[in-house]
Design a protein around this ligand. Structure first.
Ligand SMILES: Cc1ncc(COP(=O)(O)O)c(C=O)c1O
Length: 397
């Protein structure tokens, strides 16, 4: 638990740290004592940034591109992102509507800052990406946390909107593919969701940060193809392998660029300049070829890890078609000594040297019976992790 201090604003007190940080701290301790830990809690690709992007970043620095860019982003990069929507999705999105941000995190802050305020609420899926509810808190908005199950692929649906939307609801935020479940929203599900929100005169916000990382031949449609009034959050972090460069973007409907410009100017001035120049190389064919190979590697890892985890007793009722996460019900591994997923995380770290994220980090709905495994480490290590889990769990029964 974090310490409270009466000099710290309530809004900051209400923002909790990730539980997995506890696990990470313990993992580091064990590693310092010489124990080998397999990290399956890490929410970022294990691959380095593709070389063409690194070279473009270095070149920008050599050329002295170290000053601020416009708050909305480097015009060439906004054009490149616009062209990406055309080539990848065959959708016209003018560069005017694109705001370059410090990661998807910056985009989420902008969109919440523009649409939410005291007395208004955002609908979020539980389980979901934990920072979303904290962004909402930060701008003094409320959260309507909606329990989702495998029946709706752990995603919000039009039915949820009918059931939970109230007169104070301003927006619904979904992520497809999702963190922590890796599940995607199908095109028709997205269409229905958009219609339902339009009927309420609210806003649909779609976090597409895991776009590009989809499997089984599944192509995630961009919400922009379905709803030109949707706000779309995206990032160079995951598919493009640029987590540390802190670069993302936000697509806004017509009429919202000006407010985002003002917010961006005041909140962060601009996204990092060298990262923006580097990202110009992200859409080149030689980079895309590297990214496609990595996507195939992730798919292969998922194909191996999913049945292996099921075999040792984790229940994963739907096969996730994206991101690099498996969200598993672990109740079959629990007992009196290990009553919940947090205890299981600690147990597996200590007894099996495997680090994973307890469900509590993603919400509260059945969180104590769920955990998230990230396949951001290579296949042999993933299989070794499952073997170690199997051996350790034998001592449980
Ligand atoms: C669903 C989702 N959205 C947004 C982010 C933030 O990503 P970044 O700020 O690195 O682009 C993450 C990071 O894990 C995420 O999983």
């Amino acid at each position: 638990m974090h310490k409270t201090n009466k000099n710290i604003a309530q809004r900051a007190q209400d923002i909790s740290p990730f539980h997995v940080m506890d696990i990470l701290a313990q993992a580091r301790q064990l590693e310092a004592q010489g124990q080998d830990i397999i990290h399956m809690e890490v929410g970022e690709p294990d691959f380095e940034t593709p070389q063409p992007i690194i070279e473009a970043g270095i070149q920008a620095l050599i050329e002295g591109k170290t000053h601020y860019t416009p708050a909305l982003g480097l015009p060439e990069l906004r054009e490149a992102i616009s062209a990406w929507y055309q080539t990848r999705y065959q959708v016209d999105v003018s560069a005017e509507r694109i705001v370059v941000t410090p990661g998807a995190s910056g985009a989420l802050l902008l969109v919440m800052g523009a649409l939410l305020e005291q007395g208004k609420n955002v609908l979020l899926a539980d389980p979901g990406y934990p920072c979303n509810r904290h962004f909402a808190r930060f701008v003094e908005g409320d959260v309507k946390s909606i329990p989702v199950t495998a029946d709706s692929l752990y995603q919000l649906t039009a039915e949820h909107i009918h059931q939970y939307w109230d007169e104070n609801s301003a927006m619904a935020l979904v992520a497809s593919p999702s963190n922590p479940t890796g599940t995607v929203i199908t095109e028709s599900q997205l269409g229905d969701l958009s219609q339902a929100i339009k009927a309420k005169k609210g806003h649909l916000v779609v976090d597409e940060i895991y776009h590009g990382l989809t499997y089984d031949g599944f192509e995630t449609p961009t919400a922009l193809a379905i709803d030109e009034h949707a706000f779309v959050v995206n990032s160079f972090s995951k598919y493009f392998g640029m987590t540390g460069w802190r670069l993302g973007w936000l697509v806004v409907p017509e009429g919202y660029t000006e407010v985002m410009d003002r917010l961006a100017q005041n909140l962060f001035l601009a996204a990092p300049t060298m990262s923006q120049y580097a990202a110009l190389a992200a859409f080149q064919q030689n980079t895309l070829d590297i990214l496609e190979q990595r996507r195939q590697t992730f798919e292969q890892r998922r194909n191996v890890l999913l049945p292996a985890l099921r075999d040792v007793g984790f229940e994963i009722p739907v096969t996730p078609q994206g991101a690099f996460y498996l969200y598993a019900n672990c109740s079959r591994l629990l007992n009196e000594q290990i009553p919940d997923s947090m205890a299981l995380s600690r147990f597996l770290l200590k007894e099996a040297g495997v680090a994973m994220t307890p469900g509590l980090d993603f919400g509260s709905y059945h969180a104590d019976q769920h955990c998230r495994f990230a396949y951001t480490t290579d296949e042999t290590r993933l299989l070794e992790a499952v073997e170690r889990i199997a051996a350790a769990s034998k001592t449980l029964s």
